[in-house]
Ligand binder design. Structure first.
Ligand SMILES: [Mn+2]
Length: 358
């Protein structure tokens, strides 16, 4: 075969490639059109009977040299690409997605901003136990120039016999202390019926890991029009986490802060496994600020500082940790809360690391 003949054959291949390309795209446009019709009729897009009939017809018309199995494989890929195209067309961009809203959402808690590029720190005891206990921590928080205080009044505990929190009394203590020290307050709410009362006392509604898919609670928090700190469920995928946030946003409330707090894996060296890569993924996929809770993700006091540094380095909008005046006698999470001296050291070393963007 002369080079000229080879060139001619290659030219013909190039022409066929373009013809195939145009045919495949023409097919794709028809598939999209069918998708729209099916959408209006409320019919399922994937139709295996129709797909089987199409494959049969292709095989019947096959004159070779390809074998039936090869053609089945090739056409299945084309069918699949068409179906995916229909799904992309119909998948509603979530309200919390970057696709829908490219700019960062900034959550403002009494002047402290999350999502504007600065990094914030939230501390406080695991549970509100007394006025004195909360005030002692608040004083230390205030002394460091920080503006936010966390504390649990309603404690969803693994065992029903563990301390369940002071309830409304705890919220009142938090409010009193916050007012005295000029701090914003974050506290977990576990019952949709409590939200109406709770918003009088707190600045941020926290939804805890165990309630991440408590959809009625998510809806009630969304309807409350207060900032919501949503923790990732202990066995939730990132997609489930994002969809949980969507429940809040769907009620018209996009003042949401996401919080990675560790997930359950087979690893026993830490209480949970901090999924640090979730931070940049959530930042890419959503427009919401993302925090890292270093206390519950590790369950270990010696890991609070290194994981906090990792969180700041990877671009989290802030870090959350628990501080108690006397962790040894704390009614919950006694093993991982910092005492005041450890809190001082933690802050000094975090600032010395120069990782914190303020
Ligand atoms: Mn705790």
């Amino acid at each position: 075969m002369s080079n000229k003949e080879l060139d001619q054959l290659r030219d013909r291949i190039d022409e066929i490639n373009v013809e195939l390309l145009n045919l495949i795209n023409e097919r794709a446009r028809l598939v999209q059109e069918i998708g729209r019709v099916k959408e209006t009729q409320g019919v399922n897009r994937y139709d295996p009977v129709r797909e089987r009939n199409m494959l049969n017809k292709i095989i019947e018309n096959n004159e070779g040299p390809f074998e039936a199995s090869t053609l089945t494989h090739l056409f299945k890929e084309i069918f699949k690409a068409g179906l995916e195209l229909q799904e992309d067309d119909h998948r509603k961009a979530l309200l919390v997605s970057r696709k829908k809203h490219p700019e960062n959402t900034i959550v403002d808690i009494k002047g402290t901003k999350f999502g504007n590029g600065s990094q914030q720190l939230i501390f406080g005891p695991c549970a509100v136990e007394s006025y004195e206990q909360v005030a002692t921590v608040a004083e230390a928080v205030k002394a460091k120039g920080l503006t936010l205080l966390r504390g649990g009044a309603y404690k969803p505990r693994t065992s029903p016999y563990d301390f369940q929190g002071l309830g409304l009394e705890g919220l009142k203590i938090l409010k009193r202390v916050a007012d005295e020290y000029g701090l914003g307050v974050i506290s977990e709410i576990v019952n949709p019926a409590d939200i109406e009362t709770a918003v009088e006392y707190i600045d941020v509604i926290q939804i805890g890991a165990r309630n991440m898919q408590n959809f009625e609670l998510l809806k009630a928090a969304g309807a409350a029009k207060k900032p919501v700190l949503l923790k990732r469920g202990l066995a939730a995928t990132i997609e489930e986490f994002i969809n949980a946030a969507e429940y809040i946003a769907a009620q018209g409330n996009e003042q949401i802060i996401l919080c990675e707090r560790g997930i359950r894996t087979y690893e026993r060296a830490t209480r949970n496994t901090l999924d640090i890569s979730a931070v940049p993924i959530l930042k890419q996929e959503t427009h919401l600020p993302v925090l890292v809770d270093v206390t519950h993700s590790t369950g270990r006091r010696d890991l609070l500082l290194p994981t906090a540094k990792a969180a700041l380095a990877i671009g989290a909008d802030g870090v959350m940790a628990e501080v108690h005046p006397d962790p040894a006698v704390a009614l919950s999470d006694s093993a991982q809360q910092m005492d005041l001296k450890q809190f001082d050291e933690f802050m000094e070393q975090l600032q010395a690391s120069r990782l914190l963007h303020v």
